[in-house]
Design a protein around this ligand. Sequence first.
Ligand code: AMP
Ligand code: MG
Length: 378
Amino acid sequence: MKRNRVIFCKKVLCAGLALAMLLPFAGCGRTVKFTATGIAMGTMINQTVYTSGEDVTPEVTALLTQLEQDTLSWRLAESELAKINAAAGTEAGIPLSAEMQQAMTVLFEVSERSNGAFDFTLHPVVQLWNIDAWAAGEMAPEAQQSGAPEQESAPEVQPSDGTGQSVAQVDEPTTPIPTPAQVSEALSHTGYEALTLTEHKLYLPAGMSLDLGAAGKGIACDKIAALLEETEVSGAVISVGGSVLTYGSKSDKTPWQVGVVDPKDTAKLLGTLSLSGTQFVSTSGDYERYVEVDGIRYHHILDPATGYPADSGVSSVTIVCDSGILSDALSTACFVLGVEEGMELAQSYGAKALFVGENGQIFMTEDMREIFKETGEK
Ligand code: AMP
Ligand code: MG
């Protein structure tokens, strides 16, 4: 049997965005700066918070853990999403919490307006590809035995959509790539058009299931912003994997600086976004989670039309807007759509968009040009 050489990687620097936090120490009045780094929702969390009150960073981390456990995780049987998936086929409909109802309304609309490039019913296909497991080193047992994983950095971090980079080379006895028949079988259980969303209920046909992986970190940023509103925090920049929240202002009133990773060399920044006030940034990139088999890179952003990794000519998309869930969902949708249609979709939402093409070319909406500075640019 042919043996494929499999190289699997995890991304560097928080799912496509590195925080270039050019933050001065808070010097005036009683404002104090707190920083924290940790893991929640299977990804790296970086927090810098300015407050005249107490350190809220532990509260933010606890909020993220709770959000994953209670609401978003399809893996944890007790979460709302897992219960929804388990109830697929319920003829009377599945009751939704207000929070889930709100999220699904936004995501249903992004699915429609992107002509299905974003599709949160893609879960059967996402599970089939199982790229999360490859990235986390959960290969088939034979594969794990046959090659000693070779961690390049941050080996202790095993996030589901990763930070830091680890590279392992293994000889895989059976190809991890699903067959076309498997892909089309899984695809037959997808399609957001089959859902009906009413004010309090979701009608999810039997055999279908939902995945909020493309929007969950953005939802988290929305929740963090709401939490900060209840505190004495005057400014914060918090990254949850590839989604970043800038909140309020720094003590010296200079803009927040958020870096955009170079997809060709994820240790480098392609440039920096200059952001004022409360804003949400999300990046989707083909370098975040992927597996390479026979020189072909299979990444984690799937085209719902084919069931295969999207091949739209872009390596990453960064979206800036005033909603976390939208920035996250749009970055995924725009990645699948490619530059032309993606730009249109982003603009129709009033969102700023930056696309990095496969050859490294940068395409931006006009309003993105005003806030993005390429590395080395004066
Ligand atoms: P992101 O990194 O935000 O672009 O989200 C990618 C994750 O969303 C994947 O790991 C899947 O769980 C899921 N996903 C992949 N492709 C799509 C898609 N076209 N629409 C919705 N969710 C997707
Ligand atoms: Mg996304």
